[in-house]
Design a protein around this ligand. Structure first.
Ligand code: SER
Length: 316
């Protein structure tokens, strides 16, 4: 039986990934690792611990006879800028712990990189797979280090580690958190509850984005691809569509016609301006058959409908 460990199991990605893996492989095949404040209605195997604690991780892998790790525990970009030391420990040391254990126990690993790996010297339009990479945020520095570590462990130890560079991801299950692209989630909550929102960016700040269900499909599908199809062992570019706050506002207005919006740029403008506006993901398409399914219009409808349902049922 397959035995999968998901770290960051109750975070933005984990909250959707864990149920998908449970459905695919069975509830007893997935170990969800997070903090003690996990959702009380969670059904499945739960373990509480820190990704920085290698002894705990090693024991966990042995106890459950894990063969695959989806390592999702991480700080996002804004939190990493607030606490660069913490970001290094969780995002880099945490990954190195996972890679070291995976190397010893011969496990398969998925680890997410991000569009944040790129920096001001990267071409911002249709960013190529291979291109200058000089990130100017701590989050990006961690992603660049992480990509290099994954590549190195593959070359040196033959570790089967696979990765994609996620664009900004939008889901309706978890609350908005400390990321640069998180405004695009928060706007739905505020639009439905208050009919007004102040965007922390300029109206035309375009970033690559994706619906969470597409991101989960990419994650599962790169892990299921035959090893010989995985030609990139740093991380694959991945894309669906790009939009600016103004584009998003125009879509949400179809559902909330009286939505009032204001643009007041904050310190995250600098982070957004250092990231690409659109991504060339042709190598992922060629190598392992990646194809996004959701358009911006479909994303907006799914986000609006599901968040509205939660708010109607009393969600704050
Ligand atoms: N979406 C993330 C953030 O905004 C980047 O990967 O921090």
């Amino acid at each position: 039986m397959k035995k999968i460990l998901v770290t960051g199991a109750f975070g933005q990605i984990g909250s959707e990934l864990v149920p998908t893996l449970q459905q695919k492989y069975g509830e007893q095949s997935v170990v969800a690792m997070g903090h003690s404040n996990y959702p009380k209605d969670f059904k499945g195997i739960f373990e509480s611990g820190e990704i920085t604690d290698i002894k705990f991780l090693k024991e966990l892998v042995a106890k459950h006879q894990i063969d695959t790790i989806f390592h999702m525990a991480a700080y996002l970009s804004v939190k990493s800028e607030m606490d660069p030391q913490g970001a290094w420990e969780v995002n880099v040391i945490g990954l190195k712990n996972v890679l070291d254990i995976a190397k010893e126990a011969k496990l398969q690993v998925f680890w997410p990189s991000s569009i944040a790996v790129f920096g001001p010297t990267t071409p911002r339009q249709n960013t190529p797979q291979i291109t200058p990479i000089e990130p100017t945020t701590m989050y990006g520095v961690g992603k660049l280090t992480g990509e290099s570590l994954c590549h190195y462990y593959h070359l040196k130890y033959g570790l089967d580690v696979r990765s994609v560079r996620y664009p900004g991801l939008l889901d309706y299950k978890t609350p908005p958190s400390l990321g640069t692209t998180e405004y695009a989630k928060e706007i739905f909550w505020k639009a439905i509850k208050e009919k007004k929102y102040t965007v922390p960016l300029k109206a035309d700040t375009t970033m690559p984005m994706m619906f969470m269900l597409d991101a989960i499909r990419a994650t599962v599908s790169i892990m299921e691809a035959p090893a010989e199809k995985i030609k990139i062992r740093t991380s694959y570019n991945l894309a669906a569509f790009s939009f600016s706050p103004e584009d998003l506002y125009n879509q949400i207005k179809k559902f909330v016609p009286d939505l009032v919006i204001e643009y007041k740029e904050t310190e995250i403008q600098k982070i957004a301006d250092s990231w690409p506006q659109s991504i060339d993901d042709s190598q992922a398409r060629t190598d392992w058959g990646w194809l996004p399914q959701y358009s911006l219009e479909q994303l907006v409808e799914a986000m609006y409908t599901n968040i509205k349902k939660q708010i109607d049922n009393g969600a704050k």
